[in-house]
Design a protein. Sequence first.
Length: 247
Amino acid sequence: MEEEINLVEVVKILKKRMGIIINMVLLGVVFSSIYTFFILTPSYSANTQLLVNRTQDTEMIQRADIDTNVQLINTYSDIIRNPVILDAVIEELNLNSTTDNLRNQISITTENNSQVFAVQVTDNSPYNAAAIANTTASVFQEKLNTIMNIDNVTVISDAVANTNPVSPNKIVNIVIGVLLGGLLGLGVVFISEFLDTSVKDGKFITDDLGWSNLGHISIMTSEELKLDKRLNGLQEKNVTRTTRSRV
């Protein structure tokens, strides 16, 4: 037998089991907060900026020279992340890291048609991130003439330690926890509702089973129960008085 649920029934189910959903949302907030504040390790970022500028024989800068400098940045990006540079950085800073791990920490950012590019480093320590960025820039600048027989890179901005972490994003993680908790709560509510095979109303008896409804038991609130007890008590007292008067 295939069950159908309309919007009104869905709203009734949600109202009846709203406590489960709220508890799941709170549970999601608690777990996401614990994971974000106590388990995840914060990451910090630092970057140093370099300028690509060919030495000019004349004071006039040609457009073709600027285009060449911009195109060279792509080549320089590959060289910076090459073991010839990274191994020297690891040795100079005495890092407890492999070449692949250090490569994953370094990214090159550029702007369109700009001769300036940045070496950005992410690390668990803001001071290590700044040191790695500055050392990478200086090693690259020193080795560039040997690698390409060219000297056209200038460091224009050294990396500075930034103690504000770039990850994790605490607000985003908590929002994700709220959403996951809410979805989990909805899943629990509807699964428990569909698995509940008890008879919920007289419509199921008459329409689905085709039986006759012989009676209906009303649900009484606590106030109605108290009032009913008082009325029963008054009736018993009246009966007792009537019996005594007859005697």
